[in-house]
Design a protein. Structure first.
Lengths: 353, 329, 279
C-alpha cells in the first residue's frame, strides 16, 4: 500500500490522550499524587478495521477502553468520532454523544444483573433507547439472539445458568441491539477454553461482516490477536510503544518490550531457544521513571533512554517508540514467527468441516 | 524403559459429589503415575475435574464427595485410607506442598505474610526454634527471588504484586521440605512475562531440591515448556498420557489431537471443537468424548471406560487403539 | 423446586416457618377460632381467676375472661403492630439508604450521621421516650417504634447500595445509557432485597417483643384490649397464684418471636439469585 491513502476520516481517533486517576489534594488528608494510567496516546481506527490493543495488567488498556467509551473522562487530549470532537464530557453526556460506541466486558457474567432474566436484560437496552413497541422489541431480540447463535429459550434463563461462552454471546447481543458502529471488546477470550474461543472469534468476525462493525480488541493473548486483528498497538505503562499491522508486528517486532512479550509466550515446541525471561516487574504507575517507561527493565537501555521519553515514530506504516530499536535488532535474534507442524494442519483442516 | 517406583500413582480413581441437583460423577477414571524428580502435567479444559482431582490427592474434598473406587499411592502410603489427622499432620504441607491457583485469594489479608508462613512451619516442625524457621524462610524467599526478603516478612499480602505473591506461595509450599509439590494452575492468573519467570523458577527449584511436581494447567504451551510427562483429562476421564514431547508431536487420542489442532501454534485460523463438555450430572457410560469425536464408533459408548492400551510408552484410552499392541487391563 | 429442597434441609428455618404460619392463621381466623370471642371485651365475674380446665384451657383472668380466647385474639394485634411498624420503618429507611448510598457528598453524610445517632441509642429506651411525648395508646406505640426502627434499614441499604454501585453490571448499565433512577430502583434495590427481607422478618419478631414491653409498661395498648404485654402487666397483682394469667401470654410472645427469628435466619441462606431457575 502506498503511504498516502486518500484521507478517509477514521471512525474513531485519539490524539494525545492522557488519563490521570486518583489523586487527592491534601486538606485534612495526606496528598496523594494521581496515577498516569494513560499517557499521551494517539490512535486512529478506520471503519471496518480491527485494532488490537495488547498489554499486560496495569498497562492502562482497560482505562483507555473506558475513556474511549466515555465512562472515564480524559484529563487531556482529543477524542473524535467520525472526525467530530466528542471529548471533554462527563460520563452521562459522553455516553449520549458517543452512543455509536459500545463495550463488552471481560467478565460477561458479572456484567449482567443476576436477578434479571436474559430476555428482560436484553429488552432493557431497547427500552432505554425508547420509541419501540413491545412486539417490535421482542422481534428484535429474537433476531439478535439468532444472530449470535443463541436459542430463543435463552430469554427465560438467568445468568448463572449459562456457560462462559453463552454469557459472552448475551453480552454481544445486548449491545448489538443498540446498533453500535464501534465495539470495544475487553478480553473476549479470556477464561474461555481453547476449544470454545474459536466459536466466539468466528462469531465476532461474522458479526463484523453482517453489521458493519469496527472493533477495538483489548487482549493480553498475543496468539489470538495475531490471527484476529488487522493492526496491533502494544501498550506498556500507559504508553503505546509499538503500532503496526498484525503481520508486521509479529514478523518483525521492533520494540524490546514487544520482543520480550512474544518470547514469553509458551510454545508447543518447548523452550528450545532457551530465552531468558526479562527481569523484574513493571514499576507502579504512581511512580513512573523519567524517560522511557520501559527503561527500568530493558536489557538495551542506555543513559538517553532513562532521560528522554521516546515518541511513537512511524516508518513505512510501522511505528515504534524507542531510541535504539534499530541497534537492538542486531543484538538479539528476533522471536521466531508462530509456525505449526504440518501434519496437524491437515488434521485441523479435516475437523474444520 | 525401566520404571522406577512412582512417587505418586493414581489408579482407577472414581469420585462423585452429591449436589442439590443430583449426583455429579466428576471423576470417572483417572489413572497416572508421577516418577520421582519429574514434572507431570495434568492438562484439561474447564469442567474436566482437575481441581477435584487435586483435592482428592490432598484429602480436602468437599462434603458430599464420595470416592467410589480407586487408589492414590504416595511414596508407599495409601492416601485415601489415611484418617484426616494423619493427612494434616504428616502429609499435607510437610510432605506434599501445594501452590494454589489464585495468588490474590490464597493469602489471609489481615495477617503479615511472615506470620502466616511461619505459623505453618512451626506447626509441622514444632521442635525447631522460631529463629531457625525464620532463617529458613528468609533463605527460601531469597531463593524465589522475592525482593527484599527480610522486610517482606513484615508486609501484608496486598503490598505485593500478583507475581510476587505467587513466588511467596511457592516458598510457602517448600517451607517444610516436601517431596512432592502440587501446583494448581499457578500461572493462569498472571501476565505472560511473569508466567515465564515463574515457570523458569519452578524448573530451577525442582532440579535443585529434587522435587517431584504435579502441574495442573489448561495451557498446552506451558506443558511443552515445563513438563516431562503429560496426562490429558477430558470430563473426568484420563484419555492419554506419556512423555510430553512425544505426546505433543504425535498425539494418539482424538481429543488430544483436536485440542492440539486448536492451538495457535498449529493453526492460523480459528478451530474449535464443536459441541460442549457433558455435564457430570448426566454422565453417559463409556467414553465421554464420543459425542464430539470425529472418529466415534458404536463401541465407544459401550465399552468399559478404562481399558488402557500401552503403546510405545504411551497410555491411550480409546477404542481405536484397542486392537493394537499390548493391552493393559 | 430448588428453593424448597434447600429450605427443607434447614430444620430451624422450617420450624420458624411453621410457627409464623400458625401465628398468621391464628391472627386471621382468630374471632372464629376463639371459643369465647366476645371475651375480648366482656366480663364474667363469677368465673374470675379459674385455673386451666377443659372449659377454659388457659384459665380465666381477673374479669373472668377466657385466657385462650384472649391470647388468640392478641395475636391479631401483635401481628398488626409488627406489620405496620416494620412496613413504615422500611418505607422510610430503605429510600433513605438508597439515596445515601448512591450519591456521596453532604446528602449522604447527613443522612448517615442522623442514622448513626438513632442507632447509638437502644431502641426500647428511645421508643419509650417518644411514647411518653404522646398519649399512651397502641397507635403512639407504633409510631414510636417505627421512628426508632427505620435506621436499621437505612444502614443496611446504604452498605448494599455502596457495594452494588461499583458492581460490574451497574457499570454495564451506565454504558448502555441507563439513568440513575432506573439503576437505583430496578437494579440496585432488587439486589439489596435479600438482607432487607431478612431484617424485616427478624424485625417483626423484635417489634412484637418491644411492643409487648411497651404494653407491659402501660405505654402501648390500653385495657380492655387483649394485648399480650398488657395482659402480663395486668397479671402482676395475681401472681404467683394465678400463674396461667402470665405464663400463656408470655409463651405466646416467646414462641412468636422465636419463630420469626428462626425464619429470618433461614431466609438469609435462601435469598440468593442463583436459586432462581428458568421456568
Amino acid at each position: 500500500m502506498m503511504g498516502e491513502a486518500t484521507a478517509r476520516v477514521p471512525i474513531v481517533e485519539l490524539r494525545d490522550v492522557t488519563v490521570l486517576l486518583g489523586g487527592r489534594k491534601g486538606w485534612l488528608r495526606k496528598s496523594v499524587p494521581p496515577v498516569r494510567a494513560v499517557g499521551g496516546v494517539s490512535l486512529s481506527v478506520q471503519q471496518g478495521d480491527i485494532l488490537g490493543l495488547v498489554g499486560e495488567s496495569g498497562c492502562g488498556k482497560t482505562t483507555l477502553g473506558r475513556t474511549l467509551l466515555g465512562l472515564q473522562r480524559e484529563t487531556a487530549g482529543d477524542i473524535r468520532l467520525d472526525g467530530a470532537p466528542v471529548g471533554k464530557l462527563p460520563p452521562k453526556a459522553a455516553r449520549r454523544r458517543r452512543n455509536d460506541i459500545h463495550y463488552v466486558h471481560q467478565d460477561a457474567g458479572a456484567a449482567l444483573d443476576p436477578w434479571w432474566s436474559i430476555g428482560r436484560t436484553l429488552d432493557e437496552g431497547l427500552r432505554i433507547q425508547g420509541g419501540t413497541a413491545v412486539a417490535r422489541r421482542r422481534a428484535r431480540v429474537d433476531e439478535i439472539l439468532d444472530a449470535v447463535g443463541l436459542d430463543p429459550t435463552t430469554r427465560r434463563r438467568y445468568p448463572h445458568e449459562l456457560s462462559g461462552g453463552q454469557l459472552r454471546r448475551v453480552a454481544l447481543a445486548r449491545i448489538l441491539l443498540l446498533r453500535p458502529r464501534f465495539v470495544i471488546l475487553d478480553e473476549p477470550t479470556s477464561g474461555l477454553d481453547m476449544s470454545v474461543q474459536a466459536t466466539v472469534l468466528n462469531l465476532l468476525l461474522d458479526l463484523r461482516q453482517r453489521f458493519g462493525l469496527t472493533y477495538l480488541f483489548i487482549s493480553h493473548d498475543l496468539s489470538v490477536v495475531k490471527r484476529f486483528c488487522d493492526r496491533v498497538a502494544i501498550m506498556y505503562l500507559g504508553r503505546i510503544v509499538e503500532l503496526a499491522s498484525a503481520a508486521d508486528i509479529f514478523a518483525e517486532p521492533r520494540h524490546p518490550y514487544t520482543r520480550a512479550l512474544l518470547a514469553a509466550v509458551p510454545r508447543l515446541e518447548g523452550n528450545t531457544r532457551k530465552v531468558e525471561p526479562i527481569e523484574g516487574e513493571p514499576p507502579s504507575a504512581a511512580r513512573l521513571p523519567p524517560g522511557c517507561v520501559f527503561s527500568g527493565r530493558c536489557p538495551h537501555a542506555v543513559a538517553e533512554c532513562r532521560e528522554r521519553e521516546p515518541e511513537l515514530q512511524a516508518e513505512d506504516g510501522h511505528a515504534v517508540a524507542c531510541w535504539r530499536w534499530r541497534d537492538t535488532l542486531e543484538e538479539r535474534p528476533a522471536a521466531p514467527p508462530l509456525t505449526g507442524a504440518s501434519n496437524e494442519r491437515e488434521y485441523a483442516a479435516s475437523l474444520a468441516k | 524403559m525401566s520404571v522406577a517406583s512412582p512417587i505418586l500413582a493414581v489408579r482407577g480413581l472414581k469420585l462423585s459429589i452429591r449436589t442439590d441437583e443430583g449426583i455429579a460423577r466428576i471423576l470417572d477414571h483417572i489413572d497416572f503415575a508421577l516418577q520421582p524428580g519429574h514434572i507431570l502435567g495434568i492438562v484439561g479444559e474447564s469442567g474436566c475435574g482437575k481441581s477435584t482431582l487435586i483435592r482428592a490427592v490432598l484429602g480436602i474434598l468437599p462434603l458430599g464427595a464420595t470416592v467410589e473406587a480407586g487408589d492414590i499411592d504416595f511414596a508407599g502410603e495409601k492416601l485415601l485410607r489415611l484418617p484426616e489427622r494423619e493427612l494434616s499432620r504428616r502429609i499435607r504441607g510437610s510432605r506434599i506442598g501445594f501452590v494454589p491457583q489464585d495468588p490474590y485469594l490464597a493469602l489471609n489479608p489481615v495477617f503479615k505474610i511472615g506470620r502466616q508462613v511461619l505459623e505453618i512451619m512451626r506447626w509441622h516442625a514444632p521442635g525447631r526454634g522460631a529463629a531457625q524457621h525464620r532463617e529458613r524462610l528468609i533463605g527460601l524467599l531469597r531463593r524465589v527471588h522475592l525482593p527484599d526478603a527480610e522486610a517482606a516478612l513484615d508486609r501484608y499480602p496486598h503490598q505485593f504484586s500478583g507475581g510476587q505473591r505467587q513466588r511467596l506461595l511457592i516458598a510457602a509450599a517448600l517451607a517444610c521440605g516436601p517431596e512432592l509439590v502440587i501446583a494448581d494452575e499457578p500461572t493462569t492468573a498472571l501476565d505472560v512475562t511473569t508466567q515465564q519467570q515463574i515457570l523458569a523458577l519452578l524448573r530451577e527449584l525442582t532440579e535443585e531440591f529434587g522435587l517431584s511436581m504435579l502441574f495442573v494447567t489448561h495451557d498446552l504451551g506451558v506443558v511443552a515448556e515445563l513438563c516431562d510427562e503429560t496426562c490429558v483429562i477430558y470430563a473426568g476421564q484420563t484419555v492419554e498420557s506419556g512423555p510430553t514431547r512425544e505426546l505433543l508431536d504425535a498425539p494418539k487420542h482424538p481429543y488430544t489431537r483436536a485440542l492440539l489442532a486448536c492451538h495457535p501454534d498449529r493453526s492460523d485460523s480459528f478451530i474449535g471443537i464443536p459441541g460442549s463438555v457433558p455435564s457430570p450430572l448426566r454422565a453417559a457410560p463409556g467414553c465421554r468424548f464420543a459425542p464430539r469425536c470425529a472418529e466415534a464408533r458404536p463401541a465407544c459408548t459401550m465399552r468399559p471406560p478404562h481399558l488402557d492400551t500401552l503403546i510405545e510408552g504411551r497410555r491411550v484410552d480409546c477404542v481405536l487403539y484397542d486392537e493394537l499392541e499390548s493391552v493393559v487391563a | 423446586m430448588l428453593i424448597l429442597r434447600k429450605f427443607a434441609r434447614d430444620i430451624p428455618a422450617l420450624i420458624g416457618l411453621v410457627i409464623v404460619v400458625v401465628v398468621v392463621i391464628v391472627a386471621v381466623v382468630g374471632p372464629w377460632l376463639a371459643p369465647y370471642p366476645k371475651d375480648a371485651y366482656a366480663s364474667h365475674l363469677l368465673q374470675r381467676l379459674k385455673p386451666p380446665s377443659s372449659a377454659f384451657p388457659f384459665g380465666t383472668d381477673n374479669l373472668g375472661r377466657d385466657m385462650l380466647s384472649r391470647v388468640i385474639l392478641g395475636a391479631r394485634g401483635a401481628l398488626e403492630v409488627a406489620l405496620i411498624v416494620v412496613g413504615v420503618a422500611a418505607a422510610i429507611g430503605v429510600p433513605l439508604g438508597l439515596v445515601a448510598g448512591y450519591r456521596g457528598g453532604w446528602v449522604s453524610e447527613s443522612i448517615m450521621r442522623v442514622t448513626d445517632v438513632f442507632l447509638a441509642l437502644p431502641q426500647l429506651i428511645l421508643a419509650l421516650a417518644l411514647a411518653q411525648l404522646m398519649t399512651p395508646s397502641l397507635e403512639s406505640a407504633m409510631i414510636a417504634l417505627a421512628l426508632t426502627y427505620w435506621p436499621y434499614f437505612t444502614r443496611l441499604v446504604f452498605a448494599e447500595t455502596r457495594r452494588l454501585q461499583s458492581a460490574l453490571f451497574v457499570d454495564a448499565l451506565r454504558g448502555i445509557g441507563a439513568g440513575d433512577a432506573r439503576i437505583l430502583f430496578l437494579h440496585i434495590l432488587p439486589n439489596a432485597m435479600s438482607p432487607i427481607i431478612v431484617r424485616a422478618t427478624i424485625g417483626m419478631g423484635f417489634t412484637i417483643l418491644v411492643a409487648a414491653v411497651l404494653g407491659f409498661l402501660g405505654m402501648g395498648a390500653t385495657p380492655p384490649q387483649p394485648d399480650w404485654g398488657l395482659t402480663i402487666s395486668e397479671s402482676r397483682s395475681y401472681l404467683p397464684g394465678a400463674w396461667w394469667y402470665s405464663i400463656f401470654p408470655g409463651l405466646a410472645i416467646l414462641v412468636t418471636v422465636l419463630g420469626f427469628n428462626m425464619l429470618g435466619d433461614g431466609l438469609r441462606d435462601l435469598v440468593d439469585p442463583r436459586l432462581r431457575r428458568s421456568r
